[in-house]
Write a protein that binds this ligand. Structure first.
Ligand SMILES: Cc1cc2nc3c(=O)[nH]c(=O)nc-3n(C[C@H](O)[C@H](O)[C@H](O)COP(=O)(O)OP(=O)(O)OC[C@H]3O[C@@H](n4cnc5c(N)ncnc54)[C@H](O)[C@@H]3O)c2cc1C
Length: 486
């Protein structure tokens, strides 16, 4: 356990810190060579290039506790990092005295218990490797993100990642039975019993899930597994109006026995921007204002998803609420339909700079929020191209705005604060969230201070002070209200 009186300063000597890290951990655990540091410092959107000069990659939980103890003694604060796919600057060191602590070497699957429906994994496992391990044991781990080959479960837990299947299975929080965390004082808090019911304490794991590395370093988790789907259909629909999306989704959920796993809304501009990415299949439908991509899946091999789909889509096409439809007939055609959606974030880059908003409102509010937000942007600058897509069943949209086709990226990005304000004020009027699934990190910190409930921020500051009194972890991120915010 660390000495509580030791307050970090920013004036300690990095060579002494690095020497001690090298001596106490194995030699491959410490990176200082600029070429090898680069991937840990490159933040996905290029908004917050990391300024750190040291990355430490402990090989096990004991070495993580050692690394925390050493950094603490030398006055270095710590930036936890997993797969570095986060989009809000949460994993980027803000100064040269911050040490990146990567969990990437903690890659063990500690246990799979298919009967109990659980898998216990270390936090450096990639999301895709957990999905594959579950599949080999005849089970499904349903968390699914387009970044799943690179992101690691420590990062998924720290951001409470959402993704494509939240509608049916919930966010990372709802898929987690317990976690193991190294605290700021070097002790390990473990809650990996796998109990489904336990009201003997506050649910402490929920403090760490979604805390974006500000309260401790997550080293392992016990996650829930589900029966594998035995049949699956993906369908792409074109809709003349966004108002048609939610009633159609609700009807399908009711009549399929809750078999709808994913429901993604795609605007015509977003669909067109996805097409800019090389290798994206052509859109099989005639052009429309909005598209709805749905996946239905069932563990029951006798489930008749085709009949269910046609019983709802035929009347909808007759009454004009759906203009056109494509339904997968094989696994590969299902994947091709999904590519139309997953290509959008990378395709959008080919259209120029973007200002992105990761917002949520109650699903029923979406059809009121969207026209207002789109009209406000058009009034502000009619040449901005809204590229809207996302998880309509959860009320979470990526309300992304791409720069005018003519004009400079820098001029557009310089308007970020005022554009954020326009969008977030409308979100607030609809009682929504300005950080629905990607987190707050550095990107949304100032807007959070403006939009969030002051009492929630005060309580978060108090929790931070209680668990990390010396402000070791991820300073200046996630929580505006703390003495270590700057
Ligand atoms: C193409 C693409 C698509 C994406 N789609 C989605 C999506 O649909 N839904 C979604 O939710 N996100 C999405 N993301 C964002 C990102 O992939 C997720 O936020 C993911 O959960 C981050 O995991 P990571 O391992 O990359 O974490 P990192 O980027 O390494 O870290 C993210 C945050 O968690 C903290 N952290 C990391 N590891 C730990 C740890 N062990 N203990 C404590 N704190 C830690 C970091 O300090 C940082 O604040 C997408 C990203 C990309 C690039």
């Amino acid at each position: 356990m660390l000495a509580a009186a030791c307050h970090p300063s920013t004036t300690e000597n990095p060579p002494m810190l690095i020497d001690e890290l090298r001596r106490k951990l194995d030699p491959t655990a410490v990176i200082t060579d600029p070429h090898r540091l680069a991937p840990y410092m490159q933040e996905r959107r290029g908004l917050y290039p990391g300024k750190g000069q040291v990355v430490v990659r402990p090989a096990n939980v004991r070495d993580i506790t050692q690394a925390i103890e050493i950094c603490h003694r030398h006055g270095a604060s710590i930036v936890p990092q997993a797969g570095n796919t986060g989009t809000v600057g949460g994993g980027s060191p803000r100064s040269a005295t911050e040490v990146v602590l990567s969990v990437e070497r903690l890659e063990a699957i500690r246990e799979i218990d298919p009967d109990d429906g659980t898998i216990t994994v270390e936090s450096g496992c990639t999301l895709a490797s957990i999905q594959r391990a579950a599949y080999s044991a005849g089970r499904l781990f349903p968390l699914s993100l387009p970044s799943q080959e690179q992101c690691r479960v420590g990062g998924n837990l720290a951001t409470n990642a959402g993704g494509l299947n939240v509608l049916r299975y919930g966010t990372t929080r709802e898929l987690t039975l317990g976690i193991e965390v190294v605290l700021a004082d070097g002790r390990i808090w473990s809650n990996l019993t796998g109990l489904r019911k336990d009201n003997s304490a506050y649910d402490l794991k929920d403090l760490f899930i979604g805390s974006e590395g500000t309260l401790g370093v997550i080293t392992a988790a016990k996650l829930r597994l589900f029966p594998l789907p035995r049949c699956r259909r993906v369908t792409l629909l074109s809709l003349p109006s966004v108002d048609a999306a939610l009633p159609l989704l609700r009807q399908l959920q009711a009549e399929s026995g809750d078999a709808v796993v994913a429901a993604e809304l795609i605007s015509s501009t977003a669909m067109a921007m996805g097409q800019l990415l090389e290798g994206t299949p052509a859109n099989p439908l005639a052009e429309a204002d909005w598209y709805l991509l749905l996946e239905l899946a069932s563990p029951d091999p006798r489930a008749d998803l085709d009949t269910c789909l046609s019983s709802i889509l035929e009347p909808a096409m007759n009454d004009g609420s759906v203009s056109d439809a494509a339904i997968s007939s094989s696994e590969s055609s299902a994947e091709r339909l999904w590519l139309l959606r997953t290509a959008i974030p990378d395709g959008q880059k080919h259209a120029g700079a973007s200002i992105k908003h990761d917002i949520s409102v109650r699903p029923g509010e979406l059809s009121k929020f969207l026209p207002k937000a789109l009209a406000a942007i058009t009034e502000y600058d009619k040449d901005i191209r809204p590229c809207v897509f996302g998880h309509v069943g959860d009320g979470n949209l990526h309300f992304n705005l791409t720069q005018p086709a003519q004009g400079s990226a820098d001029d557009f990005l310089a308007r970020r604060a005022e554009i954020n304000r326009i969008v977030h004020d409308i979100v607030a009027k609809h009682h929504g969230s300005i950080a629905a699934e990607h987190g707050v990190g550095q990107l949304r910190l100032s807007e959070l201070s403006r939009c969030a409930d002051p009492l929630s921020l005060e309580l978060m500051g108090r929790i931070k002070d209680a668990l990390d009194p010396n402000g070791i972890f991820n300073r200046g991120k996630k929580i505006p209200w703390t003495r270590f915010a700057q």
